[in-house]
Design a binder for this molecule. Structure first.
Ligand SMILES: [Zn+2]
Length: 407
């Protein structure tokens, strides 16, 4: 999706006026992102750039990447997003900007992350003594908090990821289990960078927890089950190594992120980066009204996505595409259907149409086709035919002759 060149002229309208005429979330993203920003090179609050994320809507171009990330926020059933591309193409910037687009979530006030629903599910022993006391006194165990981006450290070990024995508690009292990164990611976003470089056991643990929304760890006689409902976003640079096909398959949407090819877009991207570096608050303020609007739209799409239906003629089209592309994995259609529902919800509709398929199918099916497997199956089919032919020839040669005679 190219941005019209006239949208790259310096800003003439304040963001608020633009917002009023925008119909859908997608339109909002395209319009806000396509609008040019004048670089203000004053020194307002510089040095705080790391804390304040670059506004998601200020990213130039990369429409498909932005769409995929939003679809994953709207519908957790799409099964996460994998961003594939070289460094410096805005992958991490886009992911970090997502936190401003998500509504607040209830968050535990305790070190162990106990939540009221833990008691509902597992009884009073499911929380720490402190929280059990709070519960008995009817004191709050959780408070509303903004969604966080949990970034998996590059050298993460399995124990960091799933949790383990808590040495801090073991000194004072009975041995307790410590929550891992996956439990901390509950109700948050989990970004796994360089997913292709992680140990297999770590990636497997992340994908299992993400798919099931909970996981259990066992350490000696102790076991604990933790909630792990998060939007999973992986990123990788293919120059640094491949991802095993079975891991690849488990990511729902796949986006190939290339650098911007249009020189005007590149110049605009530079201007916005310069504006951000010299005064992040000013740039954030510029996109504030639209960011708020997108946040509301995401919330309403999240509320309605489970009601979206796919008419039979539309699902047949999708399955026909997958068959024609010779894709085996059932995850292709699961992702495709769920992404199409999210896309329809994003557009304020409760029924998927053919146009939704056109937009989301590439993200759901690309890189799922295996030339190796297709050749392998073709050879197997040929072999089966030869076997069956041979059996017929040797066991029932007379039948075959008879058949020929009657013909
Ligand atoms: Zn607690």
């Amino acid at each position: 999706m190219m941005i019209e060149s006239n949208e790259l002229e310096p800003m003439v309208q304040p963001p608020r006026e633009m917002s009023a005429s925008i119909r859908s979330l997608r339109e909002l993203i395209e319009t806000a992102s396509g609008r040019a920003v004048k670089a203000h090179l004053d020194q307002e609050d510089s040095g705080r750039a790391e804390i304040l994320p670059f506004p998601f809507l200020a990213l130039v171009g990369q429409i498909e990447m932005k769409l995929a990330l939003l679809l994953a926020l709207i519908n957790p059933n799409v099964g996460g997003v994998l961003l594939i591309g070289p460094r410096g193409t805005g992958k991490t910037t886009a992911i970090r900007g997502l936190v401003d687009l998500l509504p607040d979530v209830p968050r535990s006030l305790c070190y162990y992350g106990c939540m009221p629903e833990d008691i509902e599910i597992g009884g009073i022993d499911a929380v720490c003594p402190d929280c059990a006391r709070k519960y008995a006194l009817n004191e709050p165990m959780a408070a509303l908090d903004r969604v966080r981006l949990v970034e998996l450290p590059l050298n993460a070990q399995l124990n960091d990821v799933v949790g383990g024995i808590d040495e801090r508690a073991a000194i004072h009292e009975r041995i307790r289990l410590r929550r891992g990164i996956l439990a901390q990611a509950d109700k948050n976003l989990l970004h796994v960078d360089e997913v292709n470089l992680l140990a297999d056991e770590v990636v497997d643990a992340i994908l299992d927890a993400s798919a099931q929304g909970a996981y259990t760890i066992r350490r000696g006689p102790m076991a604990a089950t933790y909630r792990s409902q998060f939007a999973l976003i992986g990123s990788m640079n293919p120059e640094e190594g491949n991802l095993r096909p079975q891991i690849f398959d488990r990511f729902g949407l796949r986006i190939v992120v290339r650098g911007l090819t249009n020189v005007d877009e590149r110049l605009e991207a530079y201007k916005r980066t310069a504006a951000y570096l010299s005064g992040p608050r000013k740039l954030i303020g510029y996109y504030e009204a639209d960011t708020k609007l997108v946040k509301q739209e995401i919330q309403s799409a999240r509320d309605t996505v489970t009601k979206v239906i796919i008419p039979e003629e539309i699902s047949s089209l999708a399955l026909e595409i997958i068959r024609a592309l010779q894709i085996d994995s059932l995850r292709a259609e699961i992702t495709l259907f769920e992404a199409a529902k999210a896309y329809a919800a994003m557009d304020g509709r409760q029924e998927v149409c053919a146009e939704d398929l056109r937009v989301v199918t590439p993200m759901a099916v690309r890189m799922r086709r295996s030339i190796f497997m297709n050749q392998y199956f073709a050879e197997r089919i040929k072999e089966e035919e030869e076997i069956s032919q041979t059996i017929t020839t040797i066991i029932h040669p007379k039948n075959q002759e008879k058949k020929h005679e009657t013909l």
